[in-house]
Ligand binder design. Sequence first.
Ligand code: F0G
Length: 432
Amino acid sequence: MKLKIETWLECVACGTKYDLNSIRYNCDCGDILDVCRDLSSIDGDALKATWDSRWGMKRGVLSSGVWRYKELILDTEEENIISKQEGNTRLYPSGLAGEYAGLNNFYLKHEGENPSGSFKDRGMTCGITAAKLYNAKTVACASTGNTSASMAAYAAVWQKPSVIFIPEGKIAYGKLAQALAYGGITLQIDGNFDDAMTLVQEVCAELNIYLLNSINPFRIEGQKAIGFEVLQQLDWEVPDWFIIPGGNLGNNSALTKGLKELYDLGIINKIPRVAVIQADGANPLYTMWKNKTDFSPVKDPETIATAIKIGNPVSWKKSLRGLEWCNGVVEEVTEQEIMDAKAMVDRAGIGAEPASCCSVAGAKKLVDKGIISPDEHVVGILTGNILKDPDAVVGYHKDTLGNMGIKGSFANKPQAVEANLDAVKKILENLI
Ligand code: F0G
């Protein structure tokens, strides 16, 4: 692979460097890799001016909210890039969700507004472009649903086969529907995401298939654009906090990596703190961070937020490194806290899938604990679209999630009514 800026792969643990001539996801020592580039060859002020000049471009690859920042993503010729005009997602005032969290300056970055309905599209456009540059013939991933939906869509655009490994019966319906609809070869395995992740790595090595999980360092490069775009939307004024859900831990690793690059280039001059929020039934990073212990996987992760039902996250080392850099924190939230926060995000007119709402549940918890103060400027990342998981929404509002220990505290139950004016008037009397 030939890029304009000098770029290489580097091991997060031992620092060994590799050139980009061959495909690699791991160092010889077994650990994972970063994409690194020669930042000394980049003038930060000039780069920021270039990025600002691209803001609002109407068409073309550089109108994408990922490729606008291509110099720090993957600096290849535009004709190599496979894009679905991803990014350019809204940054909403949080409304009711902010009141619920107890924050006065809270924005929600809605990554569920990406083309396939999740932030994965940002990493995927970069990963699939790398696949093309490496002349790959087939791509694959293990997924809790969103990565597979995104990969299948991008592979469809590129007109190459994609192979998806999903835990049977454990992914949200909207995501499964997308994988099938976009033509992904969908293999449902008898096991959880962590089993699927192990298997896909074996399969890719054996069958020479290009792996598009976030262990692929090019995926991480694309996802850095979430932070870049938030900052550009804020006219480069750095918030005090970013709050982001954590599952396989690629996304928060991408966020801190990108922020550090901006800081090192002088594009920002303050380091925001990052809070990573995990579900308490799938919380290996939280446990490790809180108890200052070694990493230990959670064996049978469980949460209604199926997107983050992950016990053995691939990127925990990158995640910790980023948190150390920004003086970040890790928090865990209960099932009830996730779904109540989701009810508030939804009622705010914004709406997002359960895992996303860890950002708001976590914000509330960190405010309650006094770690974030009410007037601080906070950006929460909503990672996936509300329609990804209709079962969770309807279950909560019909209050039928008791078997998972979840009450419909803010349920908006559908009501049966006779089809006549009087009956309708009677119901509405007390409601409007
Ligand atoms: N939110 C949503 C909606 C997700 O789909 C995921 C991950 C995360 C948060 C967590 O991000 O893994 O980078 O820490 N979903 C993956 C998938 C694992 O297969 O779609 P992370």
